[in-house]
Design a binder for this molecule. Structure first.
Ligand code: ADP
Length: 641
């Protein structure tokens, strides 16, 4: 194959252009992170080469000593910094693909959220991950000279851009494999061509990188007695980082700062993590894990193809990114590293899926994460609140996915309840249970479309009157969650809008009252049942309402209203089922209905009662026009009367 020698100028993909712009304008107060990002990429490229060389050792030709090299140069006109690696390198197509486009799905939608407000946008960019484009924070021109491992010197490629709309690409032979990135520094960023400045930044951000980062030794101070160094003597390089994989060190040897920097390297996140857990396991299986809890959800948390999983190493050798087999889906926000001594170096994704060792590591790592969360909840409530806000809805998927850990997960859940009556989800099930009334044997909850609908649900009236606490649920996953939770601490969960009202705390007196009510309403219930025959399964009198006239109740085994709406919205078939209409015989409207002799007016009023019960739940009317017409007929009759 002959190299493509044309020099081509190509435009950045729209998303890439937007991201570049964002990067340059929102991160300049944090300029120095570009060095961390480029060294991180270089170290990844070396990891990838090391892995590829397991299958094809010839890829290491020309030097098996893998390292990153940083050079600075100053002239009158130009100040540059160059970051070179002898890693995997890129061919022409890969350069265009990797440096000219952004492949993450959902990027366009993410970029639409940008506000132009630098502070806010720099937070957003943290959720996205920084990366190669950060070079343009400090440089007004960037050259990338690269050659893929295993290819001939004449296959080198030179990529160049000013970080605006376009980049150029041309063939340029390269003697060594790997990538060399040269930044032509902006006027106000020339300190990054200063040896000591660069050394301190690398120390700060990249000490934990497992490959050596080399810089030329500074010239020895002038000393007339010393032998004069030969002119043009080759520079001597020295490693300026510790260059041991951080997770192989003991917990007490690693500072918090180092843990935090390492997190940024593995996660491409820009903020500090909330917490981490570092463990070495010995015994039947031997592995080390370092698991982090991010402080901010990534932009694609809800995207099915989101990047998730841990970085997998086998005996210190990098094997793959995003090894999702080591944690369940509902812990997909966890970042980190797992390094196994037992797996084989040529392990593949397919093998991971079947390996029993992986299965037991997965269950141990899952427990670790749940314990880490429990510990955070106990010792740092404010941080746990941050976690819950960002990832609580994901954790709620847990009880359905991970039956074995249901009880552990349940303890980590946080809810809004009638006890606080605010939207913030900060009450645990243990809190609820500790406040239960003496005879209460169930944990009550209501599910609605949003918090306000839940809070004002007519189903809560009797509970509020009796001072019985109810969980207020309004997240999309809540119905699903409750279906799988079923019980906590030996107490069953009860949807207050489902089935007959059964308050164990009811006194005999109250029960007698209820029976009397039903007796007295028999005729009305039957009459109303006929009018609403097509819409409801049953009409009955209730004592659960104090202020409202009516409400809808779901049959014990029918699908809840929220689940029904979600399924319908997703175009899924929903089984036929009709709600039960419960009426409050003490309500003036219901009494008026009972006294209504005109059958047409009775039918209008009855239908309105039903439609309103539906509306209060946040439901949609089957025939809103008919509802309005009925309402208007009644209003007109009122004005005539
Ligand atoms: P990310 O690292 O998050 O994927 P970047 O924008 O930093 O995003 O890099 C884009 C891609 O370019 C990388 O995924 C990698 O494939 C490639 N790349 C970047 N730097 C190098 C390098 N030094 N050597 C080889 N490939 C690189």
């Amino acid at each position: 194959m002959t190299a493509d020698v044309r020099k081509e100028t190509l435009g950045f993909q729209t998303e890439a252009k937007q991201l570049l712009h964002l990067m340059i304008h929102s991160l300049y107060s944090n300029k120095e992170i570009f060095l961390r990002e480029l060294i991180s990429n270089a170290s990844d490229a070396i990891d990838k080469l090391r892995f590829a060389a397991l299958a094809d050792p010839s890829l290491l030709e020309g030097g098996a000593e893998l390292q990153v090299q940083v050079d600075v140069a100053k002239s009158k006109k130009l100040h540059t910094i160059t970051i070179s690696d002898n890693g995997i390198g890129m061919n022409r197509d890969e350069v265009i693909e990797n440096l000219g486009t952004i492949a993450k799905s959902g990027t366009a939608a993410f970029l639409e959220n940008l506000t132009g407000d630098q502070k806010k946008d720099s937070q957003l960019i943290g959720q996205f991950g920084v990366g190669f484009y950060s070079a343009f924070i400090v440089a007004d021109r960037v050259e990338v000279h690269t050659r893929k491992a295993g290819e001939a010197a004449d296959q080198g490629v030179l990529w160049e851009s000013h970080g605006e709309a376009e980049f150029s690409i041309e063939a340029k032979p390269k003697e060594t494999r790997g990538t060399s990135i040269t930044l032509f520094l902006k006027k106000d960023c020339q300190d990054f061509a200063d040896d000591w400045r660069v050394r301190s930044v690398i120390k700060k951000y990249s000490d934990h990188i497992s490959v050596p980062v080399m810089m030329a030794k500074p010239p020895a101070p002038k000393d007339d007695d010393a032998e004069k160094p030969e002119k043009d003597a080759p520079l001597e390089y020295e490693a300026i980082n510790a260059a041991t994989a951080l997770w192989t060190r003991g917990r007490t040897e690693v500072s918090d700062e180092e843990y935090k920097e390492f997190y940024k390297h593995v996660s491409h996140d820009f903020q500090d993590p909330l917490t981490w857990s570092h463990n070495k396991v010995e015994g039947k299986l031997e592995y080390t894990s370092l698991l982090y809890l991010p402080a901010k959800a990534p932009f694609d948390l809800w995207n099915r193809e989101m990047t998730r999983g841990l970085k997998l190493y086998v005996q210190r050798t990098f094997i793959m990114d995003e090894a999702e087999q080591f944690l369940p889906m509902y812990l997909r926000f966890v970042k980190g590293v797992v390094d196994s001594n037992d797996l084989s170096l040529n392990v593949s994704r397919e093998i991971l899926q079947q390996d029993p060792a992986v299965e037991s590591m997965r269950s141990a790592l899952t427990k670790r994460v749940l314990d880490m969360l429990a510990k955070l909840a106990k010792s740092k409530g404010d941080d746990y609140a941050i976690f819950w806000k960002e990832f609580g809805q994901v954790l709620k998927e847990g009880p359905a996915e991970d039956f074995a850990n249901k009880e552990k997960i349940a303890k980590l859940l946080r809810f809004s309840t009638t006890h606080t009556d605010v939207a913030t989800q900060d009450q645990s099930l243990e809190d609820y249970v500790s406040r239960m009334q003496e005879k209460q044997d169930k944990i009550y909850y209501v599910v609605a479309e949003n918090f306000n609908t839940a809070k004002h649900s007519p189903h809560l009236e009797v509970f509020r009157k009796k001072g019985i606490e109810v969980l207020l649920l309004s997240d999309r996953v809540d119905d699903w969650l409750m279906n799988h939770l079923q019980e906590f601490d030996g107490k069953r969960f009860q949807d207050v809008a489902r089935g007959a009202l059964d308050l164990a705390a009811e006194s005999e007196e109250e029960k007698a009252e209820q029976e009397k009510l039903s007796k007295e309403s028999e005729a009305l219930v039957e009459r109303l049942g006929k009018v609403l025959e097509a819409q409801v399964a049953e009409v009955r009198a209730t004592s659960r309402l104090t202020d409202s006239a009516a409400c809808l109740v779901v049959g014990d085994h029918d699908m809840g209203a929220q689940m029904r709406r979600i399924m319908e919205a997703a175009g899924q078939p929903v089984p036929e089922s009709k709600p039960i209409l419960e009426i409050n015989p003490a309500h003036p409207l219901v009494r008026m209905l009972d006294e209504e002799a005109d059958e047409d007016r009775f039918a209008d009023l009855g239908s309105i009662l039903f439609d309103q019960a539906n509306l209060v739940e946040g439901g949609q009317l089957d025939d809103p026009a008919a509802y309005v017409a009925r309402m208007n007929r009644l209003l007109l009759q009122m004005s005539k009367a």
